[in-house]
Design a protein around this ligand. Structure first.
Ligand SMILES: Cc1ncc(COP(=O)(O)O)c(C=O)c1O
Length: 418
């Protein structure tokens, strides 16, 4: 137990859930690290240089010269942070971003707010009202938090097992039809990298009058519309899961963010214009939150330009790097839940292995990853998560593969059973 003032100690003692995270925070170099320097996709912590597989900058735009060069001009024009809430005043960058994002997605309209977390907490309660929410069991924690907020405002929530559409159908049949029904799911799942059966879910929702709310934080910028000349199986344009699966936006509200593939602090909802206008007065962040920094608005617009011209080349490189790791895992017979080839590769630990020990082995070998610890993931999914980005090199990925082989030799990773 850390040393705490007496008034705080009881609150912390009552939260045994966090014991394991606190242990990792104090025993693993990969929690709560201070990064001293970055050089491409390498980071320096103290005297140690590591290859960073923990960032979600999938397109590598955080390091892109063109994107970085877009910032100073806009900051000179607008200042660093004209801090009106959006209802009070919108720098003209906002409508440009919303129009361009709607065009990219092929969506009727787009509303942007600072983060996806803001969106879930404020928009899910508005959409659910005093109705029923059906929440996918593996959906991201920030969606869950949005449903808790909705519950506090009169909604009823139920969970359904990921992929179990029969259970979802039963819940939808049982939900009162005189109030909103909202189904909340992840798009590309943030842990497994897998995609939901969006087509069947959308059909189910449309046939029962429910609204499907999809968080595609990890798909936007990576997966996109399919076409015979696409540069990789991710598809073209990175315009997210609805376009990737050839679905329409009828009955679907898509949420996505620029903070992963586009390396900017901004998030969006793709939605009908009538709902957008309603959220302008009903969603708290539009009225009360400060805006995204001008640097972020500038990098979103520059990122959209880069995406248009070079995005498919970046995605082809990203796909090739990801496939290089997945092929190596298949050769070694290492288990990963990733079945779709997206650049999120979770590697659960072997039974009995300790995440703090695994992280120290990785650190010594110059590899930095996301630690998927309990209770951030269920106990049987504790492991490491590797994210590839277009800014990694083949040599870096080959080093990662070598280190994965070493972890296997030391019995650290779970083996595939089929
Ligand atoms: C699926 C998913 N949704 C939402 C978020 C939070 O996004 P933001 O940082 O924009 O609040 C994350 C971030 O990790 C995520 O993975």
């Amino acid at each position: 137990m850390p040393h705490l003032p007496p008034t705080l100690a009881p609150a912390v003692r009552q939260a045994p859930t966090w014991t394991e995270l606190e242990r990792l925070r104090t025993t693993s170099p990969m929690y709560d690290a201070v990064i001293d320097e970055i050089d491409g996709r390498r980071i320096r912590v103290g005297d140690d240089w590591l290859i960073d597989y923990a960032s979600c900058n999938y397109l590598g735009l955080d390091l892109d010269e063109e994107v970085m060069a877009a910032i100073p001009g806009e900051v000179r024009r607008w200042g660093t942070h004209p801090s009106w809430s959006r209802l009070l005043g919108n720098p003209a960058l906002y409508p440009r971003i919303e129009e361009r994002t709607a065009e990219l997605l092929g969506a009727p309209d787009v509303l942007v707010l600072p983060t996806i977390t803001h969106i879930h907490l404020s928009v899910i309660p508005v959409l659910a009202g005093r109705g029923t929410i059906m929440l996918e069991s593996q959906a991201h924690k920030t969606i869950y938090d949005g449903t808790v907020m909705a519950r506090s405002q009169g909604a009823v929530t139920h969970r359904f097992r990921t992929g179990d559409l029969d259970q979802l159908a039963d819940l939808l049949r049982a939900a009162p039809t005189d109030a909103p029904r909202l189904v909340c799911v992840d798009g590309v799942n943030s842990m497994t990298g897998n995609l939901p059966d969006l087509r069947r879910m959308a059909e189910l929702c449309r046939s029962t009058g429910a609204l499907l709310y999809v968080d595609d934080a990890h798909g936007f910028g990576v997966v996109g519309e399919r076409c015979p000349t696409e540069s990789s199986p991710y598809g073209r344009r990175g315009n997210a899961i609805v376009a990737h699966l050839g679905e329409s936006y009828d009955g679907i509200v898509l949420v996505g963010g620029f903070s992963k593939a586009y390396s900017s602090l901004l998030a969006f909802l793709a939605l009908p214009t009538g709902l957008k206008n309603h959220l302008k007065v009903a969603a708290a962040p539009y009225l009360y939150s400060g805006p995204s920094p001008v640097a972020s608005l500038a990098t979103v617009l520059a990122g959209l330009d880069v995406n248009e011209r070079r995005g498919d080349t970046l995605r082809a490189h990203l796909h090739a790097l990801t496939e290089r790791v997945l092929a190596h895992l298949r050769t070694l017979r290492v288990y990963t839940p990733n079945r779709t080839g997206t650049p999120i590769i979770e590697l659960p630990l072997a039974p009995g292995a300790d995440l703090a020990v695994t992280s120290r082995i990785l650190w010594r070998r110059g590899i930095y990853v996301t630690l998927a610890a309990y209770p951030l993931v269920p106990l049987d999914q504790v492991g490491i998560r590797v994210q590839l980005t277009a800014a990694h090199t083949v040599a870096q990925v080959d080093h990662l593969n070598k280190v994965i082989s070493e972890l296997v030799a030391e019995g650290q990773l779970r083996v595939a059973t089929e």
